[in-house]
Design a protein around this ligand. Structure first.
Ligand code: 5AD
Ligand code: SF4
Length: 454
């Protein structure tokens, strides 16, 4: 209905309208943006990279840290002039940031040229909100939390043709004390197994070679389904689908990462031997204050078990430095844990105070310069560990999914192996989208370089 209205509206102005979507934050947002693009495209919009000339500009925002929010405000501010030149331009904000009442209020009062504001629960309402805006004018805000639809019927316009993101669950029930996600994305909801299987089958048929399963805590997938299904069962089912493809997933919460799941990863041929297992801190005192519900010892036991069962498994992690009350000893516990686990790579963050979270109420008296110095020390350690991983690979043969043109030299392609290592190698463009066996010859800090084998 809305589509028909819009087509009529656009045919009146005689040109194809354009839309620009910019995504901030995590892969879940990337996936949501693919749905937003799907809806805009069904409404007759052509996607453009240029926010200044676009008829509709949509920012899909992130609220996890303050600097992500600042970037959005900066980018919205930069659109003011183009809106003044073209009063018909529609500026829309959606995603996690808008779902916070204090941010929605700030947008309403200080950014009058933002026309549509809608939250993570309302993405399916984009066509209706846009239609209202175009036909009635004015501003529309929808940040209600009631819409709990899983968006099964929304169209998807995917970003790439090799790797596809497939959300398996939405929301989070964990309430880590620093984290705003449960407040903005609501409680856990899992998709039906049959819906996920159907989507993955379609993707494989369409030629996708890597399926990235998404959830804030994939390990609690299916607990609320009737009858309940486990994440291990989901992996096993997808692993049995015919075709040449690999399966990745994120994020696993260590408290729910069971031995059953590790055994399943070990058994499933298509599931990559890589686990993103955010530890956040190596200090039990900090883990408790963060409400993570595991100890450093339990975490290390899990790592040992996985290393025993899954030969060559690689781990990546998220670490927060400077959580309120973190002492030098707490930080050193984290440093030692990183040395012990030897992550393939780390996503490292300086603690950012988030309104509405428990940690926001804690006293935080560590000077910023001290936090910054700890952060730098950790990065230096990880640089050394990452380089050592790459050096170990020299002389070995790896299987790589070629994803695009490389950066290190003309005529090179790049791809990732099962463990997530970036591999550059000489190869023809026709190899993009296929699996290639590569012998590694050189280690760089951020990648390895090799020669494709016949
Ligand atoms: N400050 C810093 N980092 C945070 N993260 C989540 N909330 C915060 C915060 N308030 C990090 C965690 C999480 C990742 C996605 O973002 O490490 O695993
Ligand atoms: Fe945030 Fe913790 Fe949930 Fe991850 S598990 S989204 S860090 S509350």
């Amino acid at each position: 209905m809305v589509r028909r209205h819009n087509e009529r509206l656009f045919s009146l102005c005689g040109k194809t309208p354009t839309a620009h979507i910019r995504t901030f934050g995590c892969q879940q947002n990337v996936s949501d943006s693919e749905k937003l693009a799907g809806m805009l495209s069904e409404m007759g919009y052509a996607m453009t990279e240029d926010p200044l000339s676009a008829d509709v500009v949509l920012f899909n925002t992130c609220a996890v840290r303050e600097n992500a929010e600042d970037r959005v405000f900066g980018n919205v501010g930069a659109l003011k002039a183009s809106k003044e030149q073209n009063r018909e331009k529609v500026i829309a904000l959606c995603g996690c940031m808008t779902q916070q009442p204090h941010i929605a209020k700030k947008l309403r009062t200080s950014y009058p040229y933002v026309d549509l504001i809608f939250g993570t629960h309302s993405i399916g309402r984009l066509p209706e909100l846009l239609w209202k805006k175009l036909s009635e004018g004015g501003r529309f805000v929808d940040i209600s939390q009631d819409e709990l639809s899983l968006g099964e019927d929304l169209p998807v316009l995917r970003d790439g043709s090799i790797r596809a993101w497939v959300p398996v669950m939405y929301g989070c029930n964990n309430f880590c004390t620093y984290c705003v996600v449960p407040l903005v994305r609501g409680r856990e909801r899992s998709r039906e197994l049959s819906d996920i299987v159907r989507e993955v089958e379609d993707l494989i048929r369409a030629g996708y070679k890597e399926i990235g399963l998404l959830g804030q805590n994939v390990n609690s997938y299916g607990k609320t389904l009737n009858p309940p299904v486990s994440f291990a069962q989901l992996l096993e089912t997808l692993d049995q689908l015919p075709g040449e493809f690999v399966i990745r997933f994120m994020t696993s919460h260590p408290k729910d990462c069971t031995r059953e799941l590790i055994d399943t990863i070990a058994r499933c041929e298509k599931v990559c031997n890589h686990i993103h297992l955010p530890v956040q801190s190596g200090s039990n005192r900090m883990l408790k204050a963060m409400n993570r519900r595991y100890t450093a010892e339990q975490y290390l036991e899990l790592i040992d078990y996985a290393r025993e069962k899954i030969p060559g498994v690689s781990f990546t992690s998220d670490i927060i430095v400077g959580f309120p009350g973190e002492t030098e000893e707490d930080f050193e516990d984290t440093y030692r844990l990183i040395e012990q686990v030897k992550y393939y790579s780390l996503f490292t963050f300086l603690y950012s105070r988030r309104e509405g979270t428990k940690a926001a109420e804690l006293p935080d008296d560590t000077p910023y310069s001290v936090k910054q110095e700890r952060f730098e020390r950790m990065l230096a350690l990880q640089r050394k560990i990452g380089m050592a991983h790459h050096q170990e690979l020299v002389g070995q043969t790896v299987r790589v999914l070629a994803e695009g043109k490389g950066k290190t030299a003309p005529g090179r392609l790049w791809g990732k192996n099962q463990q997530g290592v970036i591999v550059e190698f000489d190869g023809e463009d026709c190899l993009i989208g296929s699996f290639v066996t590569v012998r590694v010859t050189q280690a760089l800090q951020w990648a390895v370089v090799g020669i494709a084998q016949q």
